[in-house]
Design a protein around this ligand. Structure first.
Ligand SMILES: [Zn+2]
Length: 326
């Protein structure tokens, strides 16, 4: 592991690496950006880079120091996250005590606070005072998905670094590098911008099953018989997971209908379900363009309805009947 392998946030990496090399790190950073954008990974890598015994301004990830930081037991690196719903004043007091102690193994000490927007008012005030008079050598890395919820006085004492959501291309490439097949990688990369979530989905048995059921449902939908209603009944009875994940099922369905459109207009390079070209090709003959566009609208409507607590089975049956009516 090195800065060059953290490829998903190139601007952030360049800025931090440059500051490290020139010994110009700020004493406090706020990493702001959505879940799964790599904030914690970058924060830990920055901490390792300050202590790693093998590399200059970078981290090897393999030496004892790097491994202790990864395992959360390096004496000069403290990671704090909400205790229950919030970060409490005792946690910040404890942090100040730890940071006031002399560094054990070098000049630096680092603390990372996850979900820093979830501090109680007292905790925030206490941290603010600490940020105003930072002890020498201490680096604060504050992580948030919600910088709008933070006190302006805290923001003004940090260098703010924005993490952008990962693009589907980046996620699909990363998963591809890890050996996940292209079709599955592309599908999950359009479902979530959270790399970790995408990785879990792409390997989950139930997710593969959900995708197969979706394909089967579309197939039966166009056969104009009532077997499709049994299929729905069956799949919802058999698995609570599928019932829970119905919005995801509908997202998959939208991607699938879009792919049929792409096949019809000969844009094969745009296909997301790129491992299902033959099936898509066959289904493309059964739909008109207008039906597909209407279908996508209906699926989105159904998704809204389910999010507003409609009965999943009824909503899905209604969707299928509407699609079949054409
Ligand atoms: Zn190392």
């Amino acid at each position: 592991m090195s800065w060059t392998t953290i490829s998903q946030q190139p601007r952030v990496v360049e800025l931090l690496y440059h500051s490290l090399r020139n010994d110009r790190l700020a004493h406090a950073y706020l990493f702001a950006g959505p879940r799964g954008a790599g904030k914690k990974q970058v924060a830990l890598h920055l901490a390792k880079s300050l202590f790693c015994t093998e590399k200059e301004a970078d981290a090897c990830g393999a030496c004892i120091t790097c491994r202790r930081i990864d395992a959360g037991n390096h004496p000069d690196v403290l990671v704090i996250s909400p205790d229950g719903a919030s970060i409490k004043i005792d946690q910040i007091r404890n942090l100040q005590k730890e940071m006031a102690m002399r560094a054990v193994e070098s000049f630096h000490k680092v603390y990372i606070i996850e979900h820093v927007d979830k501090m109680t008012t007292q905790a925030a005030n206490s941290l603010l005072k600490f940020l105003e008079e930072p002890p020498a050598g201490v680096v604060a890395l504050l992580l948030t998905e919600n910088s709008h919820a933070m006190l302006p006085t805290i923001l003004s004492r940090c260098q703010i670094i924005h993490f952008s959501p990962l693009s589907p291309e980046v996620i699909a490439r990363k998963l591809g590098e890890e050996g996940i097949p292209g079709g599955a990688a592309r599908v999950v990369s359009h479902i979530t911008s959270n790399l970790e979530e995408a990785r879990v989905l792409s390997q989950a048995e139930w997710f593969a099953q959900l995708r197969n059921l979706m394909i089967q449902l579309v197939q039966e939908c166009k056969q104009h018989n009532s077997s499709v209603l049994y299929t729905i009944h069956d799949m919802l009875q058999k698995s609570d997971k599928i019932k829970e994940e119905l919005p995801l099922f509908l997202d998959l369905l939208i991607l699938w209908l879009r792919d049929i459109l792409y096949v019809q207009v000969d844009r094969h390079a745009h296909l997301i379900n790129s491992d299902q070209q033959d099936v898509l090709q066959g289904q493309a003959l059964l739909w008109t363009k207008a039906e597909l566009l209407r279908g996508i609208d209906l699926v989105m409507e159904t998704k809204n309805r389910i999010e507003r607590n409609a009965n999943p089975q009824l909503a899905l049956e209604r969707l299928v009947l509407q699609i079949q009516e054409g």
